[in-house]
Design a binder for this molecule. Sequence first.
Ligand code: PHE
Length: 340
Amino acid sequence: MKEKIHQILKDVSGFSPENKEEIEQFRIKYLSKKGIVSGLFSEFKDVPKELRKEIGQHLNDLKNNVQEKINSLNQSFEKIDEPSSSENDLSLPADFIQLGSRHPLSIIRKRIIDIFSKIGFTVSEGPEIEDDWHNFTALNFPEEHPARDMQDTFFIEKNPDISLRTHTSSVQVRAMESGKIPIREIYPGRVFRNEAISARAHCIFHQVEGLYVDNNVSFADLKQTLFYFAKELFGEKTKTRFRPSYFPFTEPSAEMDISCNICGGKGCNICKYTGWVEILGCGMVDPNVLDNCNIDSKEYTGFAFGMGIERITMLKYQIKDLRLFFENDLKFLRQFESAI
Ligand code: PHE
């Protein structure tokens, strides 16, 4: 009996039909009332008691095996049938192609670039792995100065001169060192800081910084440029205000707030009921920085500014948790504009 079962299993596994008709014949041959498998079940009553358990098991396996084989063969023939019939029918609608969408940070990055491009700023980029000079020293952060604590980063043990840039101001230094004046550029890019990840901070984020160096560049130019930017991005009714601040590389330095775009300045939990939200840091380039980059600070002046793209995007789309930008959850990402 065991050998018989074995032989049948072999035949079954070697069966490869040309069409559904042959599968039906196969089913009748093995599983119908007078079929081979049913025949074996009737022979089962003659099997000695001590072998019954084992042979019974084999018989059941065989029956299941044949049934599974029939099911899967039927399925594979259905699959072959389907496309051929629809492929030939040209009147059917085309398959749906799911369009991707831009990442919200890319959308806002592009908007910021477009706004500054309209008033003559060009885009420049620099390395994410920087040396101490471009990221700190040239920007008037003396070694060991506590101002460096505001921007702790990731260093390489072997060579402490090399680190990940903490801001794209390092690209400003590269632009100034190139010696071509006037400079009217913006610097979008990824930056890194040694910060614990939370709803409001991440060790990786994105910035757009800007620099304008020429004769007679004044704080009035800075204010007007950034006022224009805020209105373009957040709407015509947007108001701005400047608060004194501190950065080692600008003097005087300021932070710019805009009237809260959610409540229109009336007060809500986004602006913590002040009516204002901070969007960027800015100031007049410190003469030390110009001199460090071989630009004569008696002849030239400049202004600089820098903003976090995450922060602007959160305000623009009312996103409450910055970690969403990095989680790649399609349910979140698909809510923004579709790809152009
Ligand atoms: N580099 C500053 C930062 O990352 C931003 C800034 C740029 C401030 C230029 C003033 C002028 O925090």
